[in-house]
Structures are given as C-alpha cells and as structure tokens.
Design a protein around this ligand. Structure first.
Ligand code: SF4
Ligand code: SF4
Length: 381
C-alpha cells in the first residue's frame, strides 16, 4: 500500500480541519451519534496513537477504529482532501502488529489468499447442507466458475481479462457467467482465469498491508500481456485491482458498459429489461466514482431504476461475516427503504452487498432476489 511522501499518520491527520462536514455522511456516526464513531473522531484517535499519546491497544480506540466500514464516504466529501483511507489502514496495521487479529479474520485471510484453499472450500461446499446464515454462501459456492476463453459473437472488439476475485471467483460465478454473456454479445473476447486471484482488499482493510501487497503483485503477474482491458464485476474489488494492475486499464463493469459506444451496442441488441430496484454500493460511489453507471446502462436497456438506494448496507467486506448483527444495524435504513420498493428484484454492483441485502431483505420480503445489474441485462438479452 503506497503512502504519500509526508506520510506519518499524524501528518496525514493534521490535514483535518475538524469542520465536521463528513459526519452526516458516515454510516457509523448515523448509528450511534458519538464523536469516536465519526471520521473526525477516528482521525483524532489515529493521531493520538501515532504520537504515542494513546496506547496502540487501547480498547476504546480499537473498538471505534474496528467499527469503521472503510466505505470512503467521508473522504469523498472532505473539502481538505484528507487521505482517510491511508490513515485508517496505516493505523490498523500498527494495531495489528501490537494486538494480533481475530481468529476468524485470520482464517478468512488465509483462505482467500490461496487459490488451492479456495478450490478446496468450493469442493467442500458441494457436500455441505445449506443451513443457517451460511446457506447463501454454500449455495453460491456449488456453481462452477466460468473459466477459459470465451469467443465474441460478431465482429471482435478486443480481449478482456475478467477479474473474478477470490471468494467471488466461486461465490459469484453466476454474475461472472452473465458478464461474459453480455460482453461476448457486444463483441468482446473474454478470458476468465482458471484460478481465483485475490486483489488484497479484505487483507488491506484489516491492516494486513504486507499480504495485500503480495497478493496485488501475484494478481499483476497472472494477467496476460495481450489483453486490451481488465474488467471487475464487484465494485468492492475495483480500487485494489486497479492499484495492483496500474498502469493497465481496469474498469468496473457497469462503468465500462456505460461508455457511449457500449450503450449504443446494447440498444442495437434490442435489450428490453423491466424495472428493477437498484442499490448503489459505497465502493461504486467512492472508489469507482460512477454512482450513476448502473442506472444509466440499465436505462439504455429499457429498465426503469427509479427505486434507487444509495446508503451503506453495512456489509463492509468482512463485517458481514464477522459481525452480522452490526452489519444489519448499520444497514437497517437501507433495508427499510427497500421494503417499500416495488418489484421482487434488487440489483447491486458489489457481491458482498448483494449477499447481505439478499439475506436482510428476504426476511422482510420473502421471495425477493438480489443480483448484479449485469445479470439483469443478461437475463433480458
Ligand atoms: S475529515 Fe475532512 S470533512 Fe471530516 S472533519 Fe476533517 S477536514 Fe472536515
Ligand atoms: S470510512 Fe465510512 S464508516 Fe469509516 S469513518 Fe469514513 S464514512 Fe465513517
């Protein structure tokens, strides 16, 4: 994880002018209305730890920093351009060195960092009964990923390498299959990797910066030289994939499809998709920077997305798996707004958000399903 030259955490934190403009955008502040649960409060804690005025393993600071979702909403509205992500990850790395890591987080990092372990997990999932809160994961892991080279239909535009991720390689196989269907219909040749390749997001988010960097390098080595673009379906993996593969072009799929030429090609295919409720993940707004991409592309396919929700759903990477109670509490306003949405389908661009929303929304509205917007397009091609 590169840090700027004047890179002490205290120096980065000193750029905060404590204006508080970020507070109304912070989902954890909205939940508890406590200064320590706000970006400004966390920046102050990080500065105090860095300057040795607070113990690295101070329990209250640890809890406040652990609760941060890393959603990036504070950074995207900050007038002083405070690099909150570097402050958070740098502080978590320091804390991690001092107090260690939760065993479940370690297991998650260990599993996702190795293609062989993920393959084994997918094999085991085929034999496990789908029970409890793991049921959606187990069902998803049973579908084989769409690997290999998929030829274009019609005139060839070029070759795309599909970044299928680590957990997503197996647990989001359906989305990747649908992405390949749409991209090949638009004339792209799509190469889907045989092995799961992690970009390091889950690791960096928990302060495991070294392993995140190593995974980024391995990902860069895995991408062949002869591809014209790399496309990511999960908006949560976009930032780290782009950083790992720089300067190669990396695109989030809905932003890729929202280019004028692609929109025209979709119209020419005569896609006619019905209305769908749309959730815009934090990573789509703050990391990809194209909150409008899915709505715009779906509109080109005839789909009305006026039932649109942009708040944080609470999944926040590992929080969905490690602290589902808090994930539900943070996402409650989003879930509430969705229960009034018409229709029985919700589209979301980040697969961890989609899994979380599916679980939470289905409790309130049995029979609903949550999928990636590219799947909605593929199903109406
Ligand atoms: S992080 Fe930015 S928006 Fe938030 S209080 Fe500091 S200067 Fe203001
Ligand atoms: S990253 Fe998100 S949860 Fe964390 S302080 Fe910023 S707005 Fe709040």
């Amino acid at each position: 994880m590169p840090r700027p030259p004047d890179d002490s955490i205290a120096a980065l934190a000193d750029r905060c002018v404590q204006c508080g403009l970020c507070l109304p955008h912070c989902p954890t502040y909205a939940l508890e209305h406590k200064e320590t649960e706000s970006p400004r409060g966390r920046i102050a804690l990080a500065r105090a730890i860095d300057q040795g005025r607070m113990a690295t393993d101070d329990a209250s600071a640890a809890e406040a920093l652990d609760h941060c979702l890393g959603c990036g909403s504070c950074q995207s509205v900050c007038p002083a351009k405070v690099d909150y992500a570097s402050i958070l990850i740098g502080t978590r790395a320091t804390q991690r060195a001092r107090r260690g890591t939760d065993a479940r987080q370690r297991l998650l990092e260990w599993t996702t960092s190795n293609p062989g372990r993920l393959r084994l997990l997918a094999i085991v999932a085929r034999w496990l009964p789908a029970w409890g809160r793991f049921a959606p994961w187990i069902r998803r892991m049973r579908r084989p990923p769409p690997v290999g080279l998929h030829p274009p239909i019609g005139a060839r535009r070029g070759r795309i390498w599909l970044a299928t991720g680590c957990l997503g390689h197996f647990a989001d196989a359906e989305t990747h299959r649908d992405a390949i269907r749409v991209l090949t219909r638009l004339g792209w040749e799509v190469l889907a990797p045989r092995d799961a390749r992690c970009c390091g997001t889950l690791h960096a988010h928990a302060g495991n910066v070294e392993l995140a960097d190593r995974l980024g390098s391995r990902l860069a080595d895995a991408v062949p030289a002869d591809v014209d673009a790399v496309v990511v379906c999960a908006s949560g993996c976009f930032a780290h994939t782009r950083r790992a593969l720089a300067p190669r072009p990396v695109h989030e799929i809905m932003a890729f499809l929202d280019q004028a030429e692609m929109r025209e090609a979709l119209r020419a295919l005569g896609v006619d998709a019905p209305p769908v409720a749309l959730h815009v993940p934090c990573t789509q707004r703050n990391a990809v920077g194209r909150a409008d991409a899915a709505a715009s592309t779906l509109a080109a396919c005839g789909a009305d997305t006026s039932a649109l929700t942009a708040g944080c759903c609470g999944a926040a990477g590992a929080q969905l798996m490690l602290d589902p109670r808090r994930a539900r509490a943070v996402g409650a306003p989003v879930i509430d707004s969705l229960t009034s949405a018409t229709g029985s389908t919700l589209a979301s661009q980040n697969f961890l958000c989609a899994v979380h929303l599916q679980q939470a929304w289905a409790t309130a509205r049995p029979g609903v399903r949550c999928l990636h917007p590219v799947s909605w397009i593929a199903q109406h091609l």
